[in-house]
Design a protein around this ligand. Sequence first.
Ligand SMILES: *Cc1c(COP(=O)(O)O)cnc(C)c1O
Length: 423
Amino acid sequence: MSQCNKATITVRNGIEADKHHGAVVPPLYLSTTYSFADFNVKRQYDYGRSGNPNRDILADTLAQLEGGAKGIITATGMAAVHLVTQLLSHDDTLVIPHDCYGGSYRLFTSLAKRGLLRLQVVDLTKPENYAAVIAAKPKLIWIETPSNPILRLTDIKAMVTLAKECGALLAADNTFLSPGLQNPLQFGVDIVVHSTTKYINGHSDVVGGAVIAKSKELGEELAWWANNIGITGAPFDSYLTLRGLRTLNVRLKQHQENALAIAQYLEASPFVKKVYYPGLPSHPQHELAKQQQRGFGGMVSFDIQGGLNDAAAFLTSLTHFSLAESLGGVESLICHPATMTHAGMEASARVAAGVGDTLIRISVGIEDVKDLLNDLQQAFERVKPGQVTPVVKSATTAKETAPAASASADNSQSFAPAIPALW
Ligand SMILES: *Cc1c(COP(=O)(O)O)cnc(C)c1O
């Protein structure tokens, strides 16, 4: 199907492939084992960890959507991230951005602590840091764009040039935009990673991951490792994820339309300090977003006025936004990264990544946006952020307000001082 347009591949790949009964939707194969056709004559499949038809259709569809030679479906997004690290030996260096997904950051730093790889954490959005990357002679450079949670973009073309100069492989976590809105392989990236838990499945009911390699050789090496360490995705999960994927394009349209309306509303609100959404002309990388993305996605983050108490009161005053981690489902979710998704990060690293106590992240769903806007409005009116507790302006004032904030903090290290200017 690779000559078709992406929306058609998304909907039709694997449709009517059933040779037995002509089932339009590929049947679910739960069997863990497959009989040999004859003595020493293996069929296409032999054992469920090594291969499964449902997993293969999902892998093939995602590989086509990303423009890669081979896809591998893993049990979780973190398994996909971990799989890519199998390409490294203990004396190989991995360069990662300082603000990558919290779970990836935790995995990379713990592998490095055990001596399984060497790690260099770099702000890859700053060209003045490229020399340090070259000097580290990395085997693999990891990027995530836009980043979680403050939606900073990394220039993919610049990273491809940098990786070439280092003789390094380049991997991109494309979870936040999905193959519907960004295809890093087309710029020369070698490996794309997804948490399919997010937009690809899109219904918050399957945890899964995918790795897509640009070249067949790299894809086969990664597939060999996935089978070897036993992290391949389950058949039923693959079936459900493919079902979710079928509607990716229409979902993305609504996610984006709603996200832009919410970002514009928040930007105009007196209760908001700052909005992070690449679709706003005020986003410092709006132009870069237009160059390397086909849309701006459904994630919006913002700093609320006031401090931790205001954030907590606001988050618990909403009815149409579930206070929950994760993203990319049809329903709107809202989260407080400092105490939720990024709680595992050391306070200093978190603050350097722009994750302060007032940061709020929304995964904008596909509900009627008028209801979402009304809900935000009533919560702001009720809490009046910044007007009850003093606005935290600097590290000094943050310390002064910390005792009051501690009552509702999950994590005693979460009194992040002022958010550094990262742009
Ligand atoms: C969720 C996420 C992951 C991890 O995926 P899981 O499916 O939760 O294991 C990795 N990267 C990004 C950007 C994510 O959002």
